[in-house]
Each structure stands twice: as structure tokens, then as C-alpha cells.
Design a binder for this molecule. Structure first.
Ligand code: ZN
Length: 226
């Protein structure tokens, strides 16, 4: 996993994502607190980000764990049996309640890009491959973003699913969008109403490039990607 996280050579990148966008996406969009960002990065990228996260204190107004806070307030007494029925009956309404309570923007907007209407609740690690219906494995998305995530060639692999989402989510941060617009010189000759269409085309290309990279990476990790 080390090759994907190389602070020395990649100018503070985590899995091809600049550190600033990465931590902003997890903190502001996913509402992870510092400890959750640290454990997510250890679990997915096998990298200890603690010393970097502790320096990045400019946007966390509190360090609350919204996920465990919500789970304590609204516990589900029925155990997740990994089925779609469980998801439909218990997790989906519970997740919508969580979004409306904590994530802001409301459930009808894509949580990564609020200019897009959301239509689906997505299992980050899909149910069919063994994912669960717990809050942290769910995200509400537009059809566009949902389809893009399911195009991940290593979708059977939990780590690859998280990497794909982290990469996509980081492109929608202010920094990420600004970079895309600048790189592609969209500022000058683009009507605002066309902006989202351009952005979607570029994001799609960037996701495909990213998928090529993780495919090569995971194909080599025979024991991990099966
Ligand atoms: Zn899905």
C-alpha cells in the first residue's frame, strides 16, 4: 500500500489526492472528526496521518463524532443481517434521518456535490460483495456520481471502493473544483449554467484515469483483490 501514499515524492498526497482536499472532504463533507480521519487513513491507505491532521485545525469547529452520537440517540434494536430487506426497512430511513440531522443540505441533494439532485443511497462497499448497511457505509448520491462509483474495476475490494469515493469526493471540494476549472481554463469561456456539465465530463475522465491506476495496483495485490 505504501506506493499510493508517498509524502516525500507526491507533495503531500494520499492515494493521489492532495492532503488538503483529502482532509477537507473527510472533515467537511463526510463529517469525520480527527480520530475518524486518522483511522480511515490507516485502514484504507495504511498510513498514519495523525501528525498532519493535527496541524490542519482550521475548519473543525468541534471534534464531535456525529456517527456514534447519532447511533447512540437512535439505536436500531434489530441486527443487520446483511440483506437488502434490512437496508430498506431499517437502515435507509435511519440514514435519511442522520443526513437531515447532521449532514446539512438535505437528503435531496448529492452529498458530494449539492448542485446535483440525489436519487440513490449507495453502499460504499456494496451489499452484494459483503458490505453492511451501517451508517458509515452509506452515502446519498446523484445518478451521475452513483454510476461513476459502480464503474470501479475493483469494486469487489472494500479498500478500492473507499479509494474511489475519496478520490471522487475530493474533486468536489472547493479546492478540487477550483483546480479543475483552472487546469482546463474553464473560467473565461464558460457560461455558469454550462459549468456543471463541463465539470462532469472532466470528473468522469479523471475517475477513469484513477481507475486505471488502482486496477494496476490491485491486480498486483493478488491476495487483496480477488
Ligand atoms: Zn450503489
Amino acid at each position: 500500500m505504501d506506493r499510493l501514499v508517498d509524502f516525500e515524492n507526491c507533495k503531500n498526497n494520499i492515494g493521489n489526492i492532495p492532503l488538503k482536499e483529502y482532509s477537507y472532504y473527510l472533515g467537511e463533507i463526510r463529517k469525520f472528526n480527527r480520530e475518524e480521519i486518522i483511522s480511515h487513513t490507516t485502514n484504507i491507505y495504511n498510513f498514519d496521518i495523525r501528525e498532519y491532521v493535527e496541524k490542519l485545525n482550521y475548519y473543525w469547529t468541534d471534534n464531535k463524532n456525529y456517527y456514534s452520537d447519532f447511533i447512540n440517540k437512535f439505536p436500531i434494536s434489530i441486527k443487520d443481517n446483511g440483506t437488502r430487506e434490512y437496508f430498506d426497512k431499517y437502515s435507509r430511513p435511519n440514514y435519511i434521518n442522520f443526513v437531515n440531522t447532521y449532514l446539512g443540505g438535505g437528503f435531496d441533494r448529492d452529498c458530494l456535490q449539492p448542485f446535483l439532485k440525489s436519487s440513490d443511497v449507495h453502499h460504499i462497499y456494496p451489499l452484494v460483495y459483503g458490505g453492511d448497511s451501517q451508517l458509515k457505509n452509506l452515502i446519498h448520491l446523484s445518478t451521475f456520481n452513483h454510476n461513476l462509483l459502480h464503474e470501479n474495476p475493483c469494486e469487489k475490494n472494500k479498500i478500492a471502493c473507499h479509494m474511489g469515493l475519496d478520490y471522487l469526493g475530493s474533486m468536489y471540494t472547493n479546492e478540487g473544483v477550483y483546480k479543475i476549472l483552472k487546469e482546463n481554463d474553464i473560467f473565461n469561456d464558460c457560461k455558469p449554467e454550462m459549468m456543471m456539465d463541463y465539470l462532469k465530463v472532466i470528473i468522469k475522465h479523471k475517475m477513469y484515469d484513477f481507475y486505471e491506476k488502482i486496477k494496476i495496483y490491485f491486480d498486483k495485490e493478488v491476495l487483496v483483490c480477488h
